[in-house]
Design a protein around this ligand. Sequence first.
Ligand SMILES: Nc1ncnc2c1ncn2[C@@H]1O[C@H](COP(=O)(O)OP(=O)(O)O)[C@@H](O)[C@H]1O
Ligand SMILES: O=P(O)(O)OC[C@H]1O[C@](O)(COP(=O)(O)O)[C@@H](O)[C@@H]1O
Length: 306
Amino acid sequence: MMIYTLTLNPSIDYIVEVDRLQLGGLNRMNRDLKLPGGKGINVSRILKRLGADTTAMGFLGGFTGDFIEEALHNEGIPADFVRIRGGETRINIKLKHGGETEINGTGPVIAPGEADALVEKLSVLKEGDLVILAGSLPSSLPADYYEQLIQMCQKQGAKFVIDTTGEPLRRALPYHPLLVKPNHHELAELFGVVIETREQLIAYGRKLLEEGAQHVLISMAAEGALLIGDNEVFHANVPPGKVRNSVGAGDSMIAGFTGTLALGGDFMEAFRAGVASGSATAFSDDLAERSLIEELRAKVSIEKIG
Ligand SMILES: Nc1ncnc2c1ncn2[C@@H]1O[C@H](COP(=O)(O)OP(=O)(O)O)[C@@H](O)[C@H]1O
Ligand SMILES: O=P(O)(O)OC[C@H]1O[C@](O)(COP(=O)(O)O)[C@@H](O)[C@@H]1O
């Protein structure tokens, strides 16, 4: 079984560290790091480290697109992207200044023929494959573009997971995604509410089940995560550690979860591996290495709370 990841708006994540940010002044970097990014690409990088079969797909353009393709190649990750001609893949700035400030680009324009070419590429999908649709929908694509991709997955007999926000997430739910993984802020935003308690989080998570999701994973950064299924709710604590760079923690969680299922694990093992992978990435500069994920897996405690 192959896990395909689709990243419609990849990025180079440019991680910049300064001692103290002076707005309006000259700042000098202590350190910087350029990483291949975008949600699906991050998922593929962790899947590969966990030993699951993965292929990364999406749109890439310009020299920044070349950088990402080369980085994937160097890590032995098969990549099959549509090359776009309307601009360069974006660069997202991740500023570390004691806190974490992110400035994400909008991304290049994707032409209608390029959009259709990606849908066409999904004809390689086979019964039982899993597709992970992850990240924001570029504004140049039609509002139903994720649905076009999902319909192609279903035509080919593949399951799908979707990790996006707002309207594109809502429109995907009636197609019964295997998993959705909003973080607590995204869940509140989806329903236009302020969520203050865990009970409220669970109640809104259940609404996603009612709208069609098969499983709902709500990530809560240092507060761990909730897994909500038809009849049960579980909470996982995060293992101890020092946060270094939490960019990609959510993507790592999806990779840990789906990779474990693909390798034959059950949903509880998948949940444990998901939390361990998310935290291992939060405790690393780049995405997590397998050794740290394995070490943290044993330190995640899961409790049935409903
Ligand atoms: N500060 C942190 N400390 C420990 N684990 C973390 C931290 N931030 C993220 N994680 C882990 O990564 C998972 C996903 O992180 P989260 O920030 O909720 O997602 P996203 O990156 O999608 O916003 C969390 O459920 C947790 O397991
Ligand atoms: O497609 P979006 O929503 O703009 O997100 C892209 C950004 O999200 C990331 O994939 C990180 O996501 P998470 O921290 O939620 O795991 C970065 O690599 C990238 O810069």
